[in-house]
Design a protein around this ligand. Structure first.
Ligand SMILES: Cc1cc2nc3c(=O)[nH]c(=O)nc-3n(C[C@H](O)[C@H](O)[C@H](O)COP(=O)(O)OP(=O)(O)OC[C@H]3O[C@@H](n4cnc5c(N)ncnc54)[C@H](O)[C@@H]3O)c2cc1C
Length: 424
């Protein structure tokens, strides 16, 4: 156990009386109107807040979110390829209050006091909780690649958080000459949206094929294999022959450093110069989770899979990209699925019941062209012997499947997850 030490953990567990599997021995902590606070109004947090109210309308649920506008990362590669405007990514949380009775607080949560159980906002005000759900997403690890830091990201985009970064990459692609080279660097796992870099390469190629056909996309990968690899490789051959090159770490080694001024990526064995450079750095759990010592040495937050309650600090549940829920990928679908399990478990715990074993799903679509998509899915259940989630089913689009139909499914999935997670 790292971060918080074992003695502190046991003390906190003692005062609170429940960490997931211990819950059967704890007393109900339910008062007339139990307070659940959710921090982070993205896919995970918004879904959790909504489903807590749906499952038990008597709960007092507060959602704290620091940003006025939420731009969905899911769909952002389509904006980069010029299919939609940035505003198409906006998701509204208004319905969470109007339709479901969630209290919305627009503020940055700057501290959590797990002992006294309250959240401190930037203006100093305190919000008490019986149970806290944290879904803060990811932060980029700006110390991981020499030559790439926060300052550099202002002109060498990562575009791994949607909004200004998406527009920066889009504008650089628009300004690039015909015959230019776009380099995308892809990180080692785990990171947000495993197939995302390869979908991005496909959709940039889709734009270049129409607007700057002599151009090329190179992916410099920290991995030796990637999600939906055979399907992507087949799609690139069919749609963009010779335009996309995937460079595996097996042949290049890892990135040694980046020279941002020259837009140069230097690996262990060679150097590549880009006209447009998109560095996707390794990632870690969002700042507040790390500050509260909810993350361990992996930089992600270990959780108990029945309830997504932290194994380090009781009464705090971590969902979405920030939690370590291996083998689930970090995706909007996973965050939504985890949020529902977490909401149901919190209601059990508040009523002195032990949450049952969970079953979760993930289904990730990737576009290669407007009428060409592929997908991967997985079912995850709790294994008592391994005391963690294991994949019990799943698969990918069959090689001979209709990619146009997959594209239709992908479009309706996007609408459905937006409605289910936000205000539908
Ligand atoms: C290019 C790209 C494409 C993607 N495509 C897909 C896809 O097709 N399908 C899919 O399933 N997933 C996709 N994803 C992944 C998906 O976007 C994430 O997995 C998902 O957003 C995770 O949800 P979350 O709630 O963990 O984090 P987020 O959605 O990032 O939400 C975190 C929220 O917490 C807020 N916050 C953080 N700290 C604080 C604080 N201290 N106080 C108040 N608020 C705070 C943030 O402002 C933010 O709104 C994609 C990602 C990328 C980058």
């Amino acid at each position: 156990m790292s971060g918080i030490n074992r003695r502190t953990f046991l003390k906190l567990a003692g005062t609170a009386g429940a960490v997931g599997l211990f819950a059967c021995t704890s007393k109900p902590v339910r008062d007339a109107k139990a307070k659940v606070v959710v921090i982070g109004g993205g896919y995970g947090g918004s879904t959790a807040a909504k489903y807590l109210k749906l499952f038990d309308p008597t709960l007092d649920v507060t959602l704290i979110e620091k940003m006025k506008n939420y731009y969905s990362c899911a769909g952002s590669n389509e904006v980069i390829s010029g299919w939609h405007d940035l505003d198409w990514l906006l998701r509204s949380r208004d319905g969470l209050r109007a339709k479901f009775g969630v209290n919305l607080v627009k503020a940055k949560a700057v501290e959590i006091d797990p002992q006294k159980r309250f959240v401190i906002l930037k203006d100093g005000s305190e919000i008490p909780y019986d149970r806290l759900v944290l879904s803060p997403g990811v932060d980029m690890r700006f110390d991981a690649i020499e030559g790439y830091d926060l300052k550099t990201s202002k002109f060498i985009p990562h575009a791994w958080k949607a909004g200004k970064q998406t527009t920066l990459l889009l504008n650089q692609l628009k300004a690039m000459r015909n015959g230019g080279v776009v380099i995308i660097t892809a990180p080692a796992s785990p990171y947000r949206c495993p197939p995302g870099p390869y979908e991005r390469a496909s959709l940039i190629a889709n734009y270049l094929k129409q607007s700057k056909p002599r151009s090329k996309v190179i992916i410099i990968d920290a991995k030796t294999q990637f999600s939906k690899q055979d399907l992507f490789l087949k799609g690139w051959q069919d749609l963009y022959p010779g335009m996309i090159e995937w460079v595996s770490s097996a042949s290049e080694g890892q990135i040694d450093h980046i020279n941002p001024d020259k837009r140069l990526v230097v690996t262990e064995f060679s150097a590549h110069r880009a006209d447009v450079l998109n560095v996707i750095p390794p990632q870690k759990a969002g700042w507040l989770a790390r500050k509260t010592e909810l993350a361990d040495q992996s930089r992600w937050c270990p959780v108990e899979p029945h309830s997504f309650e932290s194994t380090l600090i009781p009464n705090i549940h971590v969902i979405g990209d920030a939690c370590a829920a291996t083998p689930m990928p970090k995706s909007a679908f996973s965050a939504n699925s985890q949020a529902k399990i977490c909401a149901a478990a919190i209601i059990d715990l508040l009523n002195g019941r032990q949450p049952g074993p969970p079953s979760l799903i993930n289904h990730c679509y990737s576009f290669l062209a407007p009428d060409y998509a592929i997908s991967i899915n997985g079912v995850y259940e709790y294994s008592g012997t391994e005391r963690q989630l294991v994949a019990t089913g799943g698969g990918v689009t069959p090689m001979d499947a209709d990619r146009g139909l997959e594209a239709k499914f992908a479009n309706s999935w996007r609408d459905n997850i937006a409605a289910d997670s936000f205000d539908g």
